[in-house]
Design a protein around this ligand. Structure first.
Ligand code: FES
Ligand code: FES
Length: 158
C-alpha cells in the first residue's frame, strides 16, 4: 500500500503493509530511532508521536492510519518550538537518566502544552500520567515541563 503523509514537515510517501505498526515503520524502515518501544501494548508511553498535533501511541497505530496525516517524531521540530523548548528544559533541569522514556515524555508534554497549557505541577503530572519512567522519580521531569511551559508563555525560568 502506498501511504502519503507529512513526516517532520516533509511530504513523505512509503510503500508498506497497511498493518505495519507505525513504531516499526519509523524505527526499522525510516531510521527514526528516537521513538522508543517499551511495552508494545499501549501502557508505557515510550512510543508516543504527534499525529496532527496530538500525542498518539505508535505501537498501537497502523501504517494505513497515517495516510493524509501529519506525523511529528522527537526528531522533528514543529514551527511553534514546543519540542525544542522541552528538549532544552529536560537537559537544563537534569530530567534525563537512561533517556528511554524521554522522547515519549517530551511528545506527551508537547501535546499537553498545545491542548491545555496549565503550568501547575498537578496538571503536568496528570497530563504525563500515561508515560512511565523507571529512573527519575518524575520530579525533575515535572520541573522541566514546567520550565518549558513558563518559558514559552514568557514567564520565569529556573
Ligand atoms: S511501547 Fe507503546 S505504549 Fe509502550
Ligand atoms: S530516564 Fe530512564 S526511564 Fe525515564
Amino acid at each position: 500500500m502506498e501511504i502519503r503523509f507529512v513526516l517532520n514537515g516533509k511530504e513523505t510517501q512509503v510503500s508498506t503493509a497497511p498493518d505495519r505498526r507505525v513504531v516499526d515503520l519509523l524505527r526499522e524502515d525510516l531510521g527514526l530511532t528516537g521513538t522508543k518501544e517499551g511495552c508494545g501494548s499501549g501502557e508505557c508511553g515510550a512510543c508516543a508521536v504527534l499525529v496532527n498535533g496530538e500525542s498518539r501511541l505508535s505501537c498501537l497505530m497502523l501504517a494505513a492510519q497515517l495516510d493524509g496525516k501529519a506525523l511529528t517524531t522527537i526528531e522533528g521540530a514543529p514551527e511553534d518550538g514546543r519540542l525544542q523548548a522541552l528538549q532544552e528544559a529536560f537537559v537544563r533541569c537534569g530530567a534525563v537518566q537512561c533517556g528511554f522514556c524521554s522522547p515519549g515524555m517530551i511528545i506527551a508534554a508537547a501535546d499537553l502544552l498545545g491542548a491545555r497549557p496549565d503550568t501547575g505541577r498537578e496538571a503536568i503530572r496528570e497530563g504525563l500520567s500515561g508515560n512511565l519512567c523507571r529512573c527519575t522519580g518524575y520530579a525533575k521531569i515535572v520541573d522541566a515541563v514546567q520550565a518549558a511551559f513558563e518559558k514559552l508563555q514568557g514567564g520565569p525560568t529556573p
